[in-house]
Design a binder for this molecule. Structure first.
Ligand code: ARG
Length: 455
């Protein structure tokens, strides 16, 4: 493609080192869509006849079909997807093909392709996030009556509805979807026409190209446009955060599925056995998802580091953007899909949850609140209940096993109604503030999400 200036061929070693066709072939649809739009702008400017534009468009469409069917043979010597397609086009249609690259550089071309690709993938990821949210809401609804211990420091803390715990992840995923939507705004800007760095002396109608490709805005600085990858960094950051959420969810699944917790069982189709230990049923989906978070973070760091210290404008370093971007998109999509499917196969071990939540220590804070309602300052109440807890732990008994006289040794404020506190369902219903897990609140939240996610 640059034979005019050079006397000898590129070294084999360099060809192998610099090719990107082995991974950027995936941009073919976007490259072709961009080229068709560009050819229309060239035709509008009188640089292509209608017939030439038509030949280009049908030639590109034909090439796209062949690539889609796996019938196209890529040539590593042509480096990347842009040159592979252009060269195949010129081979097929001759002179018209050689006009396609007028007023365009691979620098603005690749920026366009990446934006088109990421815009599409952002929409796909958003749909998968919603599917996972739906799976969590469905499981929450199925076991809406189940209460489990909630944990802080992985120590039993206070009772919560199982659905409330799942809905915490629905909230996280909603923020993830918002981050995707926000990143999409900055992806959705059309760079073509920026040329290699300084536009072109041949002025094309950039608005036409943007309209054809459904971009609401144009880049406003040609130098920025060819070297900006902020939009990809942002998306990788959003994906990394999403991965962190999936990893935390996975960790909860792993804990809940362990023999120590036994709160859930995961369907056979989404667990694996051990080649050695016949009793094992392993939560591999959750473990792999937790593990893959490492590469999502790595990909973000990789791109940020590639970008750091790049002088203006395009530098070949930028070719290193693609593999981390593709890997993060592929990884998070696969994770979202398989985790959602796994949640469709999770059953709650209801007796086991009931047993765990019958631990009256979970209601120690409620006991302190009881005293507060009888005018004991909270710090004082906390200390009284602390002593009561120590007494019970030492005696190996639970709160309901004490009688009123026992309670009153610790505080004269205790009345016979203290025993009402040990009904965990009543205890849940006392938690009525916005965001707290009373049965009514949790049911309303399930309903709210059901509605949001049905849109
Ligand atoms: N394969 C290149 C990339 O991915 C395309 C742009 C090449 N531009 C250039 N001036 N060599 O960044």
């Amino acid at each position: 493609m640059w034979k005019g200036r050079f006397q000898s061929d590129t070294a084999e070693l360099l060809k192998k080192y610099s090719e990107s066709i082995s991974f950027d072939w995936r941009l073919y649809r976007h490259d072709i869509a961009g080229s068709i739009a560009h050819s229309k702008a060239l035709a509008e400017a009188g640089l292509l006849t209608a017939d030439e534009q038509q030949k280009i468009e049908s030639g590109l469409t034909e090439i796209g079909g062949e690539i889609a069917r796996g019938e196209f043979s890529f040539n590593r010597d042509l480096e990347d997807i842009h040159m592979n397609i252009e060269s195949a086009l010129t081979e097929r249609i001759g002179a018209a093909g050689a006009k396609l690259h007028t007023a365009r550089s691979r620098n603005d071309q690749v920026a366009l392709d990446l934006r088109l690709y990421l815009r599409e993938e952002t929409d796909a990821m958003t749909n998968l996030v919603r599917d996972l949210q739906r799976a969590l809401v469905a499981l929450g609804e199925k076991f809406a009556h189940v209460i489990i211990p909630g944990y802080t420091h992985l120590q039993r803390a206070q009772p919560v509805f199982f659905a409330h715990h799942l809905l915490a992840y629905v909230e996280m995923l909603q923020r993830d979807a918002e981050r995707l939507a926000d990143a999409r705004k900055r992806i959705d800007v059309m760079p073509l026409g920026s040329g290699a760095i300084a536009g072109s002396t041949i002025n094309l109608n950039r608005e036409l190209v943007a309209n054809l490709l459904d971009f609401p805005a144009l880049t406003q600085n040609s130098m920025d446009a060819v070297s900006d990858r902020d939009f990809a960094c942002e998306l990788l950051a959003a994906i990394a955060i999403m991965g962190m959420h999936l990893s935390r969810l996975s960790e909860d699944v792993i804990l809940w599925a362990s023999s120590e917790f036994k709160f859930i069982t995961i369907g056979d189709a989404f667990t694996t056995g051990s080649s050695l230990m016949p009793q094992k049923k392993n939560p591999d989906v959750a473990e792999l998802t937790r593990g893959k978070t490492g590469r999502l973070y790595g990909n973000l760091l990789s791109l940020l580091t590639t970008m750091k210290g790049l002088p203006m404008t395009y530098n070949r370093d930028l070719q290193e953007d693609k593999e981390p971007v593709f890997d993060s998109v592929d990884t998070i999509k696969a994770a979202l899909e398989v985790v959602a499917a796994m949640f469709g196969e999770i059953e709650v071990n209801v007796p086991r949850a009931a047993d765990a939540v019958s631990d009256s220590m979970l209601l120690a804070t409620d006991l302190a609140d009881y005293l507060v309602k009888r005018d004991v300052p909270f710090r004082h109440a906390h200390e009284i209940i602390g002593k009561l807890v120590a007494h019970c732990v030492e005696a190996g008994i639970s709160f309901p096993e004490l009688n009123l006289a026992n309670f009153q040794i610790f505080s004269p404020q205790f009345g016979s109604d203290v025993f009402d506190l040990f009904d965990v369902r009543k205890a849940m219903n006392a938690r009525q503030a916005i965001g707290a897990p009373s049965e009514k609140n949790v049911a309303a939240q399930l309903q709210r999400w059901r509605e949001i996610l049905s849109r």
